[in-house]
Write a protein that binds this ligand. Structure first.
Ligand code: NDP
Ligand code: HSE
Length: 442
């Protein structure tokens, strides 16, 4: 007879309901594949009367998280509610009650990973979190175990499905930013508070977790320089397209001689770049190891079913005992590694895209060229566009690309430009990125 493993799910929204669907519909084949009988014993939600996309047996549905924690036949708790304080308390209580925990909650792990992992070790239990980064892509385990032989010098990721979906829709169909965001919410990609997606916070949460595992140092969420996509307009995406670029919200961890650089920024990459064709809700992560060279992980980074795929994989790892062994042996989680050292900010040197809104009168273009010259920034191209309908406003957009320049110098030039009478609104600045060069060992 198959071993029975009791499951308690706390949170049955986009992800939780997809996990319930797989457990109810694929239960037999999962047992056939693993010899384990996963028994769904509790589903905990806030509102038990809400309509759900899956039929949950009435006798296991409740709004009381204490029920699965008190049940001796529930072995694994799936935390799928989101947020920070409530799930933190729930997970700590679950560990104290002797349960193992699976979570998809990147915000929680990025902000409180250290104490949570420490509590799990103290309780002799484990935490599995494959779904927290890259949705359905089996990324965490691949980097942690599959690339163990490597010194990793760079990670470049498209880590937010909502932002990638919005940028794709804005460029392909010239859909407005707010309409594209509404579509992403409708499709279940966005966080309960979508600000976390579009302001770059969600990507930064994921980068803090992924970079810590890849670089084997604790990467502090607060040290990540973060900018989201909220100030981008269709004009920028079309201007970039004309110049041969695609805009992606990139999460980057890169080692330099003087420390680690952690950034989440909209970035223009050439159309030939390996990450350029990643569209819609898909995520992709390039990891560069000294032995393996470039590896690229690609898949659906958001949405109920893809994320549930990773959650169920974790449940199986916990149920088979593999997760407990890995967790106890690993010294690479936030409670056991040294803090990373960081490169001073503003040192990045690259070509930049600038969009400056100018009053439609003589001399404005000359003034911005003078400011750039005064800062020692060489202009690579300068194009004045007719105002685009979707952009709105009275300013005439002037697009400048620079030759390779230091970030801090470009920021100083932007400040000076913004003080010119002829300049209207915010100067939009997007760095460009060349493909990372593999280390010479690969
Ligand atoms: P949803 O907002 O869709 O669902 C949250 C669920 O949690 C709801 O069922 C809600 O109940 C329940 N809930 C909230 N607070 C409580 C509480 N105090 N007690 C009991 N139940 C509660 O979130 P998602 O499914 O989108 O996300 C869940 C987690 O997975 C988050 O950490 C998210 O970051 C992560 N994640 C999400 C992905 C996605 O694509 N959506 C992808 C990868 C990770 P009710 O339904 O009654 O309101
Ligand atoms: N809101 C997240 C995204 C879900 O859009 O990528 C996956 O973590």
């Amino acid at each position: 007879m198959a071993d029975k493993i009791g499951i308690g799910i706390i949170g049955c929204g986009a992800v939780g309901s997809a996990v319930v669907r797989i457990l109810l519909e694929q239960g037999r084949s999962l047992t056939a594949r693993t010899g384990l009988d996963l028994e769904l014993r509790h589903v905990i939600v806030q509102d038990t009367h809400k309509e759900r996309p899956v039929d949950i047996p009435k006798d296991i549905l409740s709004n009381d998280p204490a029920q699965p924690l008190a049940d001796p036949d529930t072995h694994i708790i799936l935390e799928l509610i989101g947020g920070v304080d409530t799930p933190m308390d729930l997970i700590l209580e679950a560990l104290r009650c002797g349960k193992d925990v699976v979570t998809a909650n990147k915000a929680l792990l990025a902000l409180r990973g250290g104490p949570i992992f420490a509590a799990a070790r103290e309780a002799g239990r484990c935490i599995a979190f494959e779904a927290a980064v890259g949705g359905g892509i089996p990324l965490i385990e691949s980097v942690r175990r599959g690339l163990i032989a490597n010194e990793i010098d760079a990670v470049y990721g498209i880590l937010n499905g909502t932002c990638n979906y919005i940028l794709t829709r804005m460029l392909e169909s010239e859909v407005s930013y707010s309409d594209a965001l509404a579509e992403a919410q409708q499709l279940g990609y966005a966080e309960a508070d979508p600000t976390l997606d579009v302001d770059g916070t969600d990507s930064a949460h994921k980068l803090a977790i992924l970079a810590s595992i890849a670089m084997r140092k604790t990467c502090d969420y607060d040290r990540i320089s973060v900018r989201g996509i909220t100030d981008l307009e269709v004009t920028d995406l079309l201007a970039g397209d004309e110049l041969g670029y695609v805009c992606k919200l990139l999460a980057i961890a890169q080692k330099h001689d003087n420390g680690l650089d952690l950034t989440v920024h909209p970035t223009f990459i050439r159309k030939s770049h390996p990450l350029a064709s990643v569209a819609g809700p898909f995520n992709a992560v390039s990891v560069y190891g000294h032995a393996v060279g470039h590896t690229l992980f690609y898949g659906r980074g958001a949405g109920g079913m893809p994320t549930a795929s990773a959650v169920i994989a974790d449940v199986m790892e916990v149920a088979t005992g593999n997760a407990a062994r890995t967790f106890s042996q690993l010294t690479r989680l936030a409670d056991r590694t040294d803090a990373a050292t960081y490169r001073p900010s503003g040192e990045n040197e690259t070509a930049f895209y600038l969009r400056v809104g100018l009053e439609d009168r003589p001399g404005g273009m000359a003034r911005i060229a003078t400011v750039l010259g005064d800062h020692g920034i060489s202009i690579a191209s300068l194009v004045q566009h007719e105002p685009h309908q979707a952009s709105g406003g009275d300013a005439v957009p002037v697009v400048v690309t620079t030759r390779e320049s230091k970030d801090s110098t470009v920021q100083a030039a932007i400040k000076a430009m913004s003080e010119l009478d002829a300049v209207i609104g915010q100067v939009i600045c997007i760095p460009t990125l060349d493909e990372h060069v593999e280390s010479s060992h690969a």
